[in-house]
Design a protein around this ligand. Sequence first.
Ligand code: PLP
Length: 382
Amino acid sequence: MKPQLGATWPLASPLFTSSVYTIPDLDTLDAINAGEAGFIYARDAHPNASLLAARLAQMEGGSWGLACGSGMAALSTAILANTSQGDLLFASDQLYGRTSQLLRSELTRFGLTTEFHDVYTLARLRESLQRRKPKLLVVETLSNPLGRVANLPELAALCAEVGCRLLVDNTFASPVLCKPLTLGADWVMESLTKIIGGQSDGTLGFLAGRHRDDRIHCARVMAVWGFSSSPFDCWVTERGLDTLTLRVQAASANALRLAQWLTQQPLVKRVDYPGLPEHPDHRLAAALLNGGFGHVLCLELPGGRDAVNRFIRASAMPLSPSLGHNRTTLSYPAGTSHRHDPPENRQRLGITEGLIRVSVGCEDWSEIVTEVDKALHALGNS
Ligand SMILES: *Cc1c(COP(=O)(O)O)cnc(C)c1O
């Protein structure tokens, strides 16, 4: 027997774990297949994905949104739905490692070629776009780990000149700080595994689009390739959306304060954070990002790998190579995200053996500074 909800609905979203739905008759089946409300099979669509995607699409200013099984699933969906064999793609030469790997090693097997470009030098990029006329440009709003900022309105204008479409990975910024679809991007994707989830207990991605008519094709690619999401992960992630703005703002405020504090510490050689005036993209970040500069910063210790090891061992902040957790965590780009980069590439980017990436959480500031100070003291005392 069905519970009688009447006109009421639970305030906290229910979790619908069912992989399949019951359908009263064939006319209803036809109606659902024609796009009317209702669900059939969870790989294609399920209520927790729809609830989550609708809320996120609204935050992004998108025409539609799709929850996918991971950030990589969302990225794969966007690329596979909007390219064909023989197409040329352009991508930033500073991308999340798995994204570069997808473009460089996987999609090439299916006849898609990607050229990697410096997307921060617009005049040169414009010349390459006009000469090569790629189908798609893939960039990140804020790059990992150094926080380079993509000039999205300018990139969208350059793409429009040559009929190229723009796909933006907005994971580090989240829609709280930046809404790429409102700045001219055609698609935006995020890994919800990071700060949008915020609790490190769901693996999920999100894809949203500006054009109403490409939703059906993206949804089909997601369902057919099996890039679908789990109801539980959608449920926990949707629950976190209520506090997303607060969490992003608190973490960004803590990150700015920590970056400023670190620049005063004699044992720290360099700090990379777009909120600092000396960062190469500080002015662009201030113009493009709304209400903060993000929760990720890097600090370089002069003592290389040994110093990093001592810092990690002395600190209660865990080495935990992801980001966006609600408490502060550390990562080591040279040994995790950029491990497979050629050494000369790491050198060019400044990803040295002494570089620590901090994903700043939304704890009380005093807890963060106490831990970082303690870890730096361990270096001073050795
Ligand atoms: C983590 C991450 C991804 C991939 O997301 P998953 O949920 O781990 O698949 C893509 N882009 C960026 C910038 C990321 O940080």
